[in-house]
Design a protein around this ligand. Sequence first.
Ligand code: HEC
Length: 98
Amino acid sequence: MPQLYGCGHGLSGCGLACRRRINGVTIEVIDARGAFTKLTSNAAGNFHTSAALAQPLRSVSVVRGNTTAAMMGAPAGACSSCHGVPPAISAPGRVYAR
Ligand code: HEC
């Protein structure tokens, strides 16, 4: 299940900036067919939909207040396959809300 973290790097003992709230963050997904789905992370930072999303996803946006971090053309819903520690290819670490 995709998950948000308090920061991108996931080192233990990183600073206060890494303890951002992870629940109630909005994740907006536009799938390959253009269907819009809005998800909300839970207390563990997990987000999930039972809707059948057509992949590759056209865009994925992590929205906190007025700040959005977006990824165009996410090939798969398994975010952590790339957004891990260490990240795969050039992914900027774990998925987190700004
Ligand atoms: C195949 C690897 C891969 C997968 C799977 C993937 N990503 Fe990404 N992601 C990347 C790469 C590479 C970048 C940096 C380049 C870019 O923005 O396209 C990125 C960038 C991002 C950014 C922008 C980060 C920033 O700091 O600006 C967000 C947000 C993001 N991804 C969320 C997600 C979410 C949510 C999922 C799961 C639905 C996901 N990604 C799945 C590789 C991946």
